[in-house]
Design a protein around this ligand. Structure first.
Ligand code: PCA
Length: 210
C-alpha cells in the first residue's frame, strides 16, 4: 500500500510552561514511517494571529492524508483525543505569546458553531488503553490556541481548498505534562508522564489511522 502523509504538529512553550513536550514528540517522530504514514512534523507558535495561518500553510505544503495536532494540557492525566472544536476564542483572560487576549470572539465570523474531529478517536483511545496507556475522549479542547488550530484545520478541509482533500482526517490530541515539565511547576499535583511514554503513545495513535 502507498505510504500516506501525516502532518503532525506540536506547539512551542506558552504561559508559565517553560517546556512544551509536544515539541519534542513532533521532533522525535519527524520523517518516521509509522503504520501507513510518513510523518511530516511542524512546530506552531502560540499566537492567535499566526498559529492557524501557519497550520494552513503547512497543509498546503505537505498535502497530508491525515492531520494530528498535539497540545499540552497540563493537569490532565490521560492522553485525550478531542471530540470537538468550537468557533470561539476566549481563554479566560490568558494571553497568547504575543500578549493577545480574546473574549467571546468567533474564530471565523461566517463559520459553523463547531466541527467534530474526523480522527478515529474511539479507536485511538481503545488502542492506547490496550497498550496500558491511560486515555479517554475529551469533550472540550478549551478555547485557547489548541481549539483554535483544530477548528481552523477542520474548517479548511470542510471548505476544501486546493490541497486539503475533503477526505483528509484531522483532529487534535491533548497530552499530559512530561516529568521534566512537572518538576518545574509550582503546582506539585500536576500529573506527568515520561517523555518516552508520551512519544510512544502518539506513535500508537498514528498506528490506528487507516
Ligand atoms: N496547549 C495550549 C496551547 C498550546 C498548547 O500546547 C492549549 O491547550 O490551547
Amino acid at each position: 500500500m502507498k505510504t500516506k502523509t501525516l502532518l503532525l504538529t506540536g506547539f512551542v512553550p506558552f504561559l508559565n510552561f517553560t517546556i512544551n513536550p509536544t515539541e519534542q514528540i513532533a521532533t522525535d517522530l519527524d520523517k518516521q514511517t509509522i503504520g501507513h504514514y510518513n510523518v511530516q512534523s511542524r512546530i506552531l507558535p502560540v499566537d492567535f494571529n499566526q498559529s492557524a495561518t501557519q497550520l494552513l500553510h503547512h497543509i498546503e505544503d505537505t498535502k497530508p492524508d491525515a492531520i494530528i495536532c498535539l497540545g499540552l494540557a497540563a493537569g490532565r492525566a490521560h492522553i485525550t483525543p478531542e471530540r470537538i472544536a468550537i468557533n470561539c476564542k476566549d481563554a479566560g483572560g490568558a494571553p497568547d505569546n504575543n500578549g493577545v487576549i480574546h473574549q467571546d470572539a468567533p474564530i471565523d465570523q461566517a463559520g459553523p458553531a463547531a466541527y467534530f474531529s474526523t480522527l478515529p478517536i474511539r479507536a485511538i483511545v481503545n488502542h492506547l488503553n490496550e497498550n496500558h496507556y491511560p486515555a479517554k475522549v475529551s469533550n472540550t479542547a478549551g478555547t485557547y490556541l489548541c481549539n483554535n488550530v483544530m477548528y481552523a484545520a477542520l474548517h479548511h478541509i470542510a471548505t476544501a481548498s486546493t490541497n486539503a482533500q475533503p477526505t483528509t482526517q484531522a483532529g487534535f490530541i491533548h497530552i499530559p505534562a512530561s516529568h521534566e515539565l512537572a518538576t518545574q511547576l509550582t503546582n506539585t499535583n500536576t500529573p506527568s508522564w515520561s517523555q518516552q511514554d508520551l512519544t510512544n503513545a502518539i506513535k500508537l495513535c498514528i498506528e490506528t489511522l487507516n
